[in-house]
Design a protein around this ligand. Structure first.
Ligand SMILES: Cc1cc2nc3c(=O)[nH]c(=O)nc-3n(C[C@H](O)[C@H](O)[C@H](O)COP(=O)(O)O)c2cc1C
Length: 221
């Protein structure tokens, strides 16, 4: 698979089969992803790869919290600015319309939207997941490094025929994730990532992108 194809075919997949993801494949992907760039080569990512019993345990514990209507954990970082200005606000609204519209859920049906969103904490059925932490001392440039690492992981997964969905949603149940992973105190959970083979029966809408001239300015001589 060439890089363009990997980039184009990567999308947030939210329905996976239970087909096993072999450990060798995850090791191959994560070994290659370690070559992702980072400022001064800090490599500020701390990833945990989960499959089998430990992942099943995490899904069970998280599912219990969802079912109990347990409040979310205190935030360690804000997912989005408290008020999203234009054009981000419109892009977010359009995304939600597409995401839930593909499942036949209307804008007004908040309960159905929440039910669909709760599949996050079952990793959308995926049999493997990655949890990515960053040191509490790190600043925005290092968070950006972690983003580059995660994208590298996602593209390499495509080369292996696998799909993924990055999930900040896991940060709201970070204490439950910590119960299973026991990370060192100094780390913040940035996100989870569901990994597996796509379940082609789950409906989805391909997200769009802003036209190039909205996000890129060419300055030519
Ligand atoms: C850092 C990050 C966190 C995300 N968190 C979630 C999440 O919690 N749940 C989810 O369903 N999708 C999540 N997504 C997926 C985005 O919604 C998705 O990437 C975006 O809408 C663009 O669609 P595409 O990836 O399918 O092209 C996340 C993506 C990123 C990069």
């Amino acid at each position: 698979m060439d890089v363009y194809e990997a980039v184009r075919s990567r999308r947030a997949v939210r329905g996976f089969t239970d087909r096993h993801v072999p450990r060798e494949v995850l090791e191959r992907v994560l070994s290659a992803a370690a070559w992702a760039p980072s400022g001064s080569n800090l490599q500020p990512w701390h990833a945990y790869a989960l499959t089998g019993g430990p992942l099943a345990e995490l899904k069970k514990l998280a599912g219990e919290r969802v079912a109990a209507g347990d409040p979310w954990d205190e935030r360690e970082y804000e997912m989005y600015p408290p008020t999203l200005k234009s054009p981000y606000r419109e892009r977010r609204t359009a995304f939600a319309e597409q995401r839930y519209g593909a499942l036949g859920i209307s804008r007004e049906d908040g309960e159905a939207r929440q039910r669909a969103a709760s599949a996050n904490w079952d990793c959308f059925g995926a049999p493997a997941a990655l949890f990515c932490y960053i040191d509490r001392d790190m600043g925005p440039p290092q968070w950006a490094d972690v983003g580059m690492y995660l994208q590298t992981v996602m593209l390499l997964l495509r080369a292996e025929g696998l799909h993924s969905c990055t999930q900040m949603a896991w940060s709201v149940y970070r204490t439950t994730v910590a119960e299973v992973l026991s990370p060192p105190d100094g780390l913040i959970l940035y996100c989870g990532m569901s990994i597996g083979y796509e379940d082609g029966t789950v409906g989805y809408a391909r997200t769009g992108r802003a036209p190039l001239d909205e996000t890129v300015t060419f300055v030519q001589g």
